[in-house]
Design a protein around this ligand. Structure first.
Ligand code: UTP
Length: 274
């Protein structure tokens, strides 16, 4: 059973400056909910109850969001506005939240390694909250947990992207072993379209077995001087098996302004116009 979900949330979020100057990008709201809350809800739907968050500067808003606000509770108790807090109250009651800090921004791989202290020696999920996923049936992480229960190895979520955009993603190459499931034979971080091995791009959902921490430790800084999770996963794939899963559902890149606006329009149409 996978109970823990790690949220690397230490990035600078430069594409959203100045909004992210004093506030983590994961607190940007799509409609009335911050991105990280969508992520936590997806993890809960997948059966997880232990949320581990890797933060950097400006962490307070994240911690406060998943804590009880006594003044606010007191203020709106018994009023018609109380229901606005229902969803977040449920999450706070169902889950534990713990935090650790990545002192230097040395990349996603390094952020995940920083989270080892909160995860320990068990398989775990990773959500990059700025990739907002939605599916009318099972959530993306839930689909991945089902696959993990079958294969018991690390899994990355992938989607087909426009071939001109491969230089924005980790790109995989592999053999399709069942519909939408690939055994990875090659992985490249942000390749130019001319040299990309495919257009199957890794998005922000992972299931990782704990030996990944040792692979990250041995990973040298790669593209951009950062320790890339893609490089560590490639080493893990070479020494065993890593799968890529073409998930069912939609994904919005809320780390970019266009993706964020698209997500806002999508969720507005879904929740307010029915
Ligand atoms: P991004 O590549 O989106 O970087 O990181 P960013 O800093 O958040 O955003 P921009 O590009 O400056 O606008 C992908 C994910 O990895 C986390 C980020 O928080 C984000 O969820 N991350 C990245 C870390 O936690 N630590 C790092 O050192 C790098």
């Amino acid at each position: 059973m996978i109970k823990k979900c790690l949220f690397p949330a230490a990035g600078y979020g430069t594409r959203f400056l100045p909004a992210t100057k004093a506030m983590p990008k994961e607190m940007l709201p799509v409609l009335t909910k911050p991105l990280i809350q969508y992520g936590v809800e997806e993890a809960v739907e997948a059966g997880m109850n232990t949320m581990a968050i890797v933060t950097g500067r400006g962490k307070r808003a994240l911690e406060d969001h998943f804590d009880v606000s006594y003044e606010l509770e007191h203020q709106i108790k018994g009023t018609s506005k109380e229901h606005y807090l229902d969803e977040i109250r449920t999450l706070i009651n169902q889950c534990t939240f713990s935090y650790t800090r990545q002192n230097e921004m040395k990349g996603l791989g390094h952020a995940i390694l920083t989270g080892e202290t909160l995860i320990g020696n068990e398989p775990f999920a990773v959500i990059l909250a700025d990739d907002l996923c939605d599916n009318d049936g099972e959530g993306v992480l839930r689909q991945m947990v089902a696959l993990y229960n079958k294969y018991k190895c690390s899994i990355v979520a992938i989607e087909e992207v426009d071939p001109s955009q491969t230089n924005r993603y980790g790109i995989i190459e592999g053999k399709e072993i069942e519909e939408g499931v690939y055994m990875i034979s090659n992985m490249v971080e942000k390749p130019d379209p001319e040299v990309a091995p495919s257009n199957l791009a890794i998005i922000g959902r992972y299931i990782l077995t704990p030996d990944i921490f040792r692979f990250i430790e041995r990973t040298k800084p790669g593209k951009g001087g950062e320790i890339q999770i893609t490089d560590a996963l490639m080493a893990q794939a070479m020494s065993g098996m890593v799968l890529a899963y073409k998930f069912k559902g939609k994904r919005f890149d809320c780390g970019s302004v266009e993706g964020f606006v698209e997500a806002t329009n999508y969720f507005y149409a879904k929740s307010y116009k029915e």
